[in-house]
Design a protein around this ligand. Sequence first.
Ligand code: PLP
Length: 302
Amino acid sequence: MVDRVLVTLDGTVRDPDAPLLSADDIGALRGDGVFETILVREGKACALELHLARLRRSAQALDLPEPNLARWRSAIEIAAKEWGTEREGQLRTVLTRGREGATTSRVTSGPLSDAPESTAYVLVSAVAERVNKARAEGISVITLPRGISVELAQNAPWLLLGAKTLSYATNMSALRFAARQNADDVIFTSTEHRVLEGPRSTVVIQRDKQLLTPPARNGVLPGITQRALFAEAERAGWECQYKSFFTADLITADSVWLLSSITLAARVSSLDGLRCSAPDCAPEIVELVNRGIARPWSQSDW
Ligand code: PLP
């Protein structure tokens, strides 16, 4: 059984242990690029079209060349198939601005490229151990200030707040900070004490038959797992809303969830040290997410 699969955008399956990036790749030098993380289940990439649509939107936000989605779709399908059906996998699509100077003096066309100057590949690896535990037992979470206002995204588009860029160093740092406080994860809050998102997840709160998530205009990444949940939940008679809410609303909610493509639905089982008990509808929410990501999506749904 393979432990990693690497496919370049031309559809070539490569040795995952062989070097691939150039030392002067701007993705490595500056984190200047975009990515997606997609769950592989039964040899298929879940909610693929939504991920492709977001990849395209993130690339636009960074003024990267338009990704060739047909090539991405094909490379992803090859990688997912190669990974196999036996276990879940974490599939990442990586698209960087390419090698330093490539857009002006050096043109590096070839199998790695999307546009000639870009670096583009798909990597599948095993799902982390923590994922099964988070799905089954929930997660302990602390709130941390992100130091930004919910107004910022609209006033400062250069901050790329709604794009999935490769610059995740502060997100990973927040998770290490949480680990030092014995917490599994983080919910970022704005300067107005409004809830934003997790470093790698969307926040959804549940009250009775209502689900709420912060709107993208507040400077959060539009989540695909949350989108999938809302689509299924609405069908099942839930009221789903994109609405700003405060840190205090996390405490009074019936349940709080961190949603993401690999972990799917992780219920917050403790928040800033306070225990949160599971509501009766917890299994239903998990089921709705699972159904949602398996649904046949089209890019126009994004
Ligand atoms: N917000 C951030 C900052 C993320 O990094 C992620 C996923 O990695 C999400 C939200 C959840 O998005 P999705 O459900 O599309 O994985």
